[in-house]
Design a protein around this ligand. Structure first.
Ligand SMILES: Nc1nc2c(ncn2[C@@H]2O[C@H](COP(=O)(O)OP(=O)(O)OP(=O)(O)O)[C@@H](O)[C@H]2O)c(=O)[nH]1
Ligand SMILES: [Mg+2]
Length: 357
């Protein structure tokens, strides 16, 4: 008997073959069923460190479907009391500096200390480097196999703010799932470092030893954000140059005003590929946590970040609602035309549009 004939739907004579035997309908129904996830069961699984449940919850957070988002909000609310217990580390550096290699080596190092680590990514240039983090996932081969490691490629989104919100929520979920260290990786594009900085406790900047004019070429703001600058690829012929760069960065760092954290940023060298200098970076992070916990900065910073994110979320939401309002959708193009033809000032047009909602 062929497989098809065995189907329960075909067993009885006279049972009309409904459209349900249509493969695409079956697929839709199955998908719908899968989507109807029992949120409290999912929360229990997350708290039991079930990575599949964590993945599912993050997918809900990232979804655009309002039903999914409602569920996501429920899950986050239930997870919130179990969050907050990790060290959140931001890592940035230009493409090719060795972020993926570093995360792989660093990740293995801290899991060997019995810690669980989650790696999330913010990639604002999703259209440009689409899949680059996914590519990373295959590059981070060993790490992916480790049961104490969770790697999640960057959420795609229309705006950096949107992606950032999803990442913040993913942090909460990862913490509830018992991850001790959360790494947020970003490529230094646009405002992404600032965004990552606003959601982590500790900011690590990976650099390469470059030409003498290196210091002039870097974005000043990033140096200011860094708690540790690690000059990577300090191996082989490059070691000497890395050591020189270390001295130069150290000198430069002393020109910056003292940080509110009471922590003097450090410069170090490492070789991600040879697993050298990795432990010292971990030790520095632990030092940072001890120092800033003692002077209360650690908690204060998290509170400040939460306040910032409250305002940010409201702004995003209001903007979204405004631009998706049917009247605005209709009228915006007209107003833009009036501005273009000098018939209206931008302020008058804005007043008019704001008055419509
Ligand atoms: N010699 C040396 N090479 C390294 C080191 N770390 C990384 N590399 C090499 O540098 C290249 C880029 O490394 P990745 O880890 O992919 O760099 P990335 O910063 O993640 O790059 P993007 O994902 O493109 O932003 C690879 O060929 C690595 O093997 C290191 O410590 N020493
Ligand atoms: Mg990479």
């Amino acid at each position: 008997m062929s497989k098809e004939k065995k189907s329960a739907l075909r067993e009885k004579k006279g049972v009309s073959v409904s459209e349900i035997t249509n493969q695409s309908s079956i697929k839709t129904i199955k998908e719908k069923r899968r989507a109807e996830i029992n949120t409290s069961a999912l929360v229990t699984s997350i708290l039991n460190k079930d990575i599949t449940a964590l993945s599912r919850a993050i997918t809900l957070v990232e979804s655009k479907n309002p039903t999914h988002l409602k569920k996501a909000n429920k899950i986050i609310k239930a997870c919130l009391p179990h969050a907050n217990k990790s060290i959140r580390i931001g890592i940035t550096g230009v493409p090719g500096v060795g972020k993926s290699t570093f995360i792989e080596t660093f990740g293995k190092h801290i899991t060997s200390k019995g810690k669980r680590i989650a790696v999330l990514a913010i990639d604002p240039s999703s259209s440009l480097t689409k899949g680059s983090i996914l590519g990373d996932k295959t590059r981070m081969e060993d790490l992916v196999k480790d049961a104490n490691v969770f790697i999640r490629p960057s959420a795609s989104g229309d705006s950096l703010g949107g992606v950032a919100r999803k990442t913040r929520e993913a942090i909460i979920l990862c913490e509830a799932a018992g991850f001790d260290v959360i790494i947020i990786e970003t490529v230094g594009v646009g405002q992404s470092e600032t965004t990552v900085h606003s959601m982590v406790d500790f900011f690590l900047l990976l650099k390469l030893a470059g030409a003498g004019d290196e210091l002039q070429g870097i974005k000043r703001g990033i140096i200011e954000m860094a708690d540790v600058i690690a000059i990577n690829k300090a191996d082989g012929d490059n070691l000497k140059r890395a050591k020189v760069a270390k001295v130069e960065f150290n000198r430069a760092l002393h020109l910056y005003p003292e940080k509110l954290s009471g922590w003097q940023p450090k410069v170090t060298i490492c070789s991600a590929i040879n697993n050298e200098g990795i432990n010292s970076i971990w030790e520095l992070i632990l030092d940072y946590v001890t120092t800033t916990s003692k002077n209360n900065y650690f908690q204060e910073k998290r509170h400040e970040q939460n306040k910032f994110w409250l305002i940010q979320t409201i702004e995003e939401q209001l903007k979204f609602e405004f631009f998706n309002h049917s009247k605005i959708k209709k009228e915006l193009a007209n107003q833009l035309l009036l501005i273009e033809t000098n018939k209206k000032t931008p302020f008058a047009a804005a007043d008019y549009l704001l008055g419509l909602t």
